[in-house]
Design a protein around this ligand. Structure first.
Ligand SMILES: Nc1ncnc2[nH]cnc12
Ligand SMILES: [Zn+2]
Length: 353
């Protein structure tokens, strides 16, 4: 919630694109406990980790993450309760409904297939649940969406290749089921070039490419994602400001940075939202979007992130228009959809200017 109710109303109505949302990160503690019980999945014993005593205890543990790896420990345990296609469908449909309520018009959603196939859940089970939700959400809410298949960087390139080839063999990249690839999980010590061959193959095949970089890793992770993996976007990217030439290059190339303010605070990448390089990005012409990352873990969905930015930086309507337009331009939807979304932003801004 913003202090000013009129700016809050404006931010609520502003047409949004979300580009950095891990669907497994939208699993709330309540749903996690419910699915564990329905699917008979055992969670860690509360005598070894009291956070698993109740959904409330887990929620309060989520307020005390110490790092990306500390969060990932809970993230991977959490998603172990997802078993059937219908579990994935319910999870994704709930996300789309929540995003729609926050003013999201277009969402590009990450998923982590290796985290599921590793524990015996078929890749096709995951994808059929997600795509069923996608179709229902477009029909029910008019929200358009894309899926981005992420590779877990703490696993080997060979492991990633198996998943990539499964998606290729099923025609999922060529038929539009999946729009692009991404790279997530522990960053430091797992540089993007480990996955250079998959990224080269994706580029050759016209598959869209992004990667988490510059979240905990330094600016060289961003630079190597661009130069070696030819990524078209950068997820997080907050540490790119350590390299002024890189900031200028990203501004010139209009490379979209998908920022996640509440995530960066929860994972202690910065101590407060005001420490994020938002003012610098605006001043230097860097295009960026504002996103929720793992909303069930980080205490807020997309509108909460917009409000946190507003409270920290006191942006003008004109600056919000720049952000909203940049988010549309950096989306992977077709030009026709972009045109419609740009017009919606224009109409919203005209109402509040
Ligand atoms: N913020 C994040 N960074 C890296 N990997 C992730 N997986 C889910 N959220 C993530
Ligand atoms: Zn992320």
């Amino acid at each position: 919630m913003c202090k000013s109710s009129s700016i809050h109303q404006f931010l609520h109505e502003l047409p949004k694109c979300e580009h950095h949302l891990h669907i497994e990160g939208s699993l709330s503690p309540n749903l996690l406990f419910r699915l564990a019980s329905v699917n008979k999945v055992s969670l860690p014993d509360p005598s070894s980790d009291p956070s698993f005593e109740s959904p409330e205890a887990l929620t309060s543990r989520y307020e005390r993450f110490t790092s990306l790896d500390d969060f990932l420990h809970y993230y991977f345990i959490g998603m172990s309760v997802l078993i059937t296609a219908s579990d994935f469908e319910s999870l994704a449909y709930e996300y789309f409904a929540r995003a729609h309520a926050d003013g999201v018009q277009h969402a590009e959603v990450f998923f982590d297939p290796q985290a599921h196939t590793q524990r015996g859940i078929a890749y096709t089970t995951v994808v059929s649940g997600l795509t069923a939700a996608q179709k229902r959400a477009e029909k029910d809410f008019g929200i358009t969406s894309k899926f981005i298949l992420c590779f877990l960087r703490h696993l080997s390139a060979t492991d990633a290749e198996v998943t990539y080839q499964e998606a290729v063999a099923l025609g999922h990249f060529s038929d539009g089921t999946i729009a692009g690839i991404g790279l997530d999980s522990s960053e430091v010590g797992f540089p993007p070039e480990i996955f250079r061959e998959i990224y080269a193959s994706a580029k050759q095949a016209g598959i869209r490419r992004t990667a988490h970089a510059g979240e905990e890793g330094d600016a060289s992770y961003v630079q190597r994602s661009l130069d070696i993996c030819h990524t078209e976007r950068i997820d997080h990217g907050i540490r790119l400001v350590e390299d002024e030439a890189l900031v200028k290059r990203i501004a010139k190339d209009r490379t979209l940075i998908t920022m996640c303010p509440l995530s960066n605070v929860r994972l202690r990448c910065v101590s407060k939202v005001a420490d994020l390089p938002i003012r610098r990005f605006l001043d230097e012409g860097v295009r960026f979007s504002i996103n929720s990352d793992d909303p069930a873990y980080f205490g807020g969905y997309i509108l909460d992130n917009y409000c946190a930015v507003q409270e920290a930086f006191g942006l003008s309507i004109k600056e919000w228009k720049y952000i909203a337009d940049g988010a549309i331009e950096g989306s992977w939807c077709d030009d026709e959809r972009k045109k419609v979304l740009l017009q919606k932003v224009e109409a919203c801004v005209a109402k509040y200017e």
